[in-house]
Design a protein around this ligand. Structure first.
Ligand SMILES: CC(C)(COP(=O)(O)OP(=O)(O)OC[C@H]1O[C@@H](n2cnc3c(N)ncnc32)[C@H](O)[C@@H]1OP(=O)(O)O)[C@@H](O)C(=O)NCCC(=O)NCCS
Length: 333
């Protein structure tokens, strides 16, 4: 049995922060950010919003879109680098709120490629007959160092969820591939607060060490190289030419990376979806939010071939070829 994406839900917090509204502590400018990244604004979680609360909103939309009874879910797999808390899994809060009483709930962490990695696992489970809610969520703005201008300007908050099940109706996952290189773990991540660098009074007093750390230029280089190569590999494995790809849905990291990956993979710019200007980099949520936005705008049509590709901390990266048999219902208001 094939597996397909049967419905899509996405949620971004209503509060928008434009480049001009970024804190003065960043000593940046709208012009610098637009030129280097294409980002114009980001959605930012309010004080009362958390990873679980935004995930619940996206999940409710995915279930509502296809009128699925939550008790039919076998699994809830939530991918995030910014969990509700260390333990238990954020997915358990979602399971409870949805009333998915027969589901097993678990979190996975894969950086910005995490949603594709999680979907790759869910695809196999759906092929075996299970119905899986796959969620990609980040509340990154609560994990940023707001004095680090090279990192803080890049990210935004949001959540996306898809229901994946054993079916040919929807977006069929034709081919999926992903890979990791843990030797690059120090380049991008949130290294403090775990067992290697436990929370201490000094750590808390510093006020910066619990936040995301990134060496931007190194990330840029590998992101372009690895996403481009992986996209080419997936097309080759699936025996499909770049001309037959209707849309590339790249991880919305920044416009310069998106353009360079498309060039590397031989795909013309007009077929590469980007809304990074409006949402910035929402990490694990970015590909689902992009898919929901595309469906909302009527860009996804039956018969299309969609190529999706992502890269993030780890490093981990992945790409998938999707075939649109039917456009899945989607809610993204
Ligand atoms: C972060 C990134 C935009 C920085 O752009 P860059 O062209 O590499 O810039 P550099 O890091 O070389 O910095 C150049 C200068 O701009 C400055 N700068 C960095 N961020 C700035 C900002 N937001 N505003 C103004 N100046 C900034 C630097 O301090 C540096 O100044 P200096 O020359 O006086 O030291 C770029 O490296 C990038 O996009 N990397 C990938 C990041 C990413 O997408 N990560 C997530 C992947 S999942």
């Amino acid at each position: 049995m094939n597996s397909s994406i049967l419905s899509v839900g996405a949620y971004v917090p209503p509060q928008i922060m434009t480049n001009q509204e970024l804190p003065a502590s960043l000593d940046t400018s709208d012009e610098w950010i637009r030129t280097r990244t294409g980002i114009e604004q980001r959605h930012v979680a309010g004080p009362e919003e958390t990873t679980a609360s935004v995930s619940i909103k996206a999940s409710e939309r995915a279930l509502k879109a296809m009128a699925l009874d939550p008790r039919e879910l076998d699994w809830i797999m939530l991918c995030t680098d910014t969990p509700e808390m260390w333990s238990p899994a954020t997915a358990c809060f979602v399971q409870d709120a949805l009333g998915a009483q027969y589901a097993s709930a678990i979190d996975l962490t894969g950086g910005c490629a995490g949603f594709l990695q999680t979907l790759q696992i869910a695809d196999k489970m759906a092929q075996a007959g299970e119905t899986v809610l796959v969620i990609g969520t980040e509340v990154l703005t609560k994990s940023l160092d707001w004095t680090d201008r090279s990192t803080a300007v890049l990210f935004g908050d949001g959540s996306g969820a898809v229901v994946v099940g054993p079916s040919n109706e929807g977006i069929r996952i034709v081919h999926a591939k992903s890979q990791s290189d843990g030797s690059q773990a120090d380049i991008l991540g949130k290294p403090y607060g775990g067992t290697r660098n436990p929370i201490t009074p000094e750590l808390v007093a510093d006020g910066h060490l619990h936040t995301i750390h990134m060496e931007g230029q190194k990330v840029f280089k590998r992101a372009v190289q690895d996403m481009g190569s992986m996209a080419l590999q997936v097309m080759q494995d699936a025996q499909i030419n770049a001309q037959d790809i209707d849309w590339v849905i790249p991880h919305q990291a920044n416009q310069r990376i998106i353009d360079a990956v498309a060039h590397h993979a031989g795909i013309v710019k007009e077929r590469v979806f980007s809304h990074v200007a409006k949402y910035a980099n929402t990490g694990s949520a970015s590909i689902v939010i992009a898919l929901a936005d595309m469906i909302r705008n009527g860009l996804v049509k039956p018969g299309q071939n969609l190529l999706t590709v992502a890269f993030g901390s780890g490093f981990s990266w992945g790409s998938q070829l999707w075939k649109v048999n039917q456009v899945p219902p989607a809610i993204f208001e």
